[in-house]
Design a protein around this ligand. Structure first.
Ligand code: IMP
Length: 198
């Protein structure tokens, strides 16, 4: 079994990735348990930020690393908040503050102009200076509704409406969200490519 460091300490992400890796010789461990100091996300694209985080984790541990970066692109805001999704309402903003700011920015906008998508970049580097990283991307399209609905998930899930499900992302069971989501798509692609390599 070879251990790969995940540039995150989110237990949900660690478990989800390990369950997809169960038929491979790979396993991920959270970077905190290896003493990795997180790096500031200064990139301007999801791929830039995922690579920054993966290279940082690989550099500090000497191990291969996986990292992801994601966010919400809103059509009416020319793709914002994008890589700034977690900080849309300020550096220490809560999910509720970010959601309120987005709802205010779209106030009065017609339903057909409320298109949006979550995007995720998931990357794997064999070492900090890997010149040929594996890069996988997922996208999940929906609409921003006018008020929150549902208690599951996090971030913008309560205002992200998926027409095919007749539900917001926060009304989906976690297993269903993992099948459909930007992160689930990117992760399954990455795991398939890693399984081919190993
Ligand atoms: P991260 O890169 O996964 O930490 O995501 C950055 C930010 O994007 C989060 O803090 C959320 O605001 C938003 N975001 C990313 N993925 C999701 C999702 O699946 N649901 C809701 N919000 C998300």
């Amino acid at each position: 079994m070879s251990e790969v460091v995940l540039a995150s300490d989110n237990q949900g992400k660690i478990q989800e990735i390990n369950s997809l890796l169960r038929n491979t010789p790979l396993e991920v461990v959270g970077q905190g348990s290896l003493g990795v100091e997180p790096i500031e996300e200064t990139g301007t694209t999801f791929i830039d930020n995922a690579l920054l985080k993966a290279r940082n984790a690989a550099r500090q541990t000497g191990r291969p690393a996986i990292a992801d970066d994601s966010g919400l692109e809103v059509d009416a805001l020319d793709g914002r908040p994008g890589v700034y999704s977690a900080r849309f309402a300020g550096a220490q903003a809560t999910d509720t503050e970010n959601v309120e700011k987005l709802l205010a920015a779209l106030d009065g906008l017609a339903p057909e102009k409320r298109g949006a998508r979550f995007r995720c970049a998931m990357v794997y580097v064999t070492h900090a200076d890997d010149a040929d990283p594996l890069i996988c991307e997922g996208a999940w399209a929906g609409k921003i509704i006018t008020g929150p609905k549902g208690d599951n998930g996090f971030g913008y899930d309560p205002i992200f409406w998926i027409e095919g499900e007749k539900a917001t992302a926060a009304e989906l069971a976690p297993e269903r969200k993992n099948i459909l989501s930007h992160r689930g798509q990117a992760l399954r692609m990455l795991v398939a490519q890693l399984a081919e390599r190993s």
